[in-house]
Design a protein around this ligand. Structure first.
Ligand SMILES: [Zn+2]
Length: 213
């Protein structure tokens, strides 16, 4: 039997370092737990932050806890356009060379020099999920989505394996709207190219040259 991968939509949100949190919310302040998220240990905070770019801003952006070593803002491509910030599609935590923005909280504001990313779509799973699905950490896979009337096969989906993860694919709001799932959307990993990793841009070139695999 195949395995359904639940697909969850990450709306724009941010992670913050303890140091930056104190600049925005006052010395000694710590994030307040509001609601658990599907990945164990992750939660939504009561606190909200205004994120400002050259062209626009988002007030009340959701903040996720616990605090991390570096502040990171995760937005969609549509959000990036609204803020006027160039979009860098990156895995979470890989923020070297990415654009910054202004953050405003009730007690202060700060400029971050980097950390605004469009998260690369990914699947969280445990090591035993990875064995059942025949995939490895950091592998790039294809996922065919369930949908009403506009199913997609997503390429470039990164597998992320950790014992603390729960099986779930994360997409942003642009990606979720693009495949139009139902209330509990899911996808399945499809093995193309005999299950090998394959460079999708190379595939495009091959099709243009009349090579069919
Ligand atoms: Zn995720």
């Amino acid at each position: 039997m195949g395995i359904k991968i639940p697909i969850e939509t990450s709306a724009r949100h941010m992670h913050i370092s303890q140091q930056d949190f104190e600049i925005l919310f006052g010395e000694g302040a710590t994030p307040t737990f509001k609601k658990e998220l599907s990945q164990p240990g992750q939660y939504v905070c009561e606190e909200r932050i205004t994120v400002v770019g050259p062209k626009g801003e988002f007030q009340n952006m959701a903040l996720l806890g616990p605090t991390r070593s570096e502040t990171q803002v995760e937005i969609s491509l549509t959000d990036a356009r609204k803020l006027g910030i160039p979009s860098f599609i990156r895995q979470s935590g890989d923020i070297e060379g990415t654009p910054g923005c202004t953050l405003i909280g009730p007690k202060g504001s700060l400029e971050i020099e980097k950390g605004v990313i469009v998260a690369k779509r990914h699947i969280h799973m445990t090591p035993s999920d990875a064995i059942r699905l025949h995939v490895k950490d950091n592998e790039s896979v294809f996922v065919l989505t369930q949908s009403y009337e506009r199913a997609l096969i997503y390429a470039d989906v990164i597998v992320r394996v950790h014992p603390d993860f729960r099986l779930s694919m994360h997409v942003d709001t642009d990606e979720a709207n693009a495949f139009a799932g139902d209330d509990f959307p899911y996808g399945v990993i499809v093995k193309l190219f005999e299950g090998d990793n394959y460079n999708v841009n190379m595939w495009v070139e091959e099709v243009l040259q009349g090579i069919n695999r």
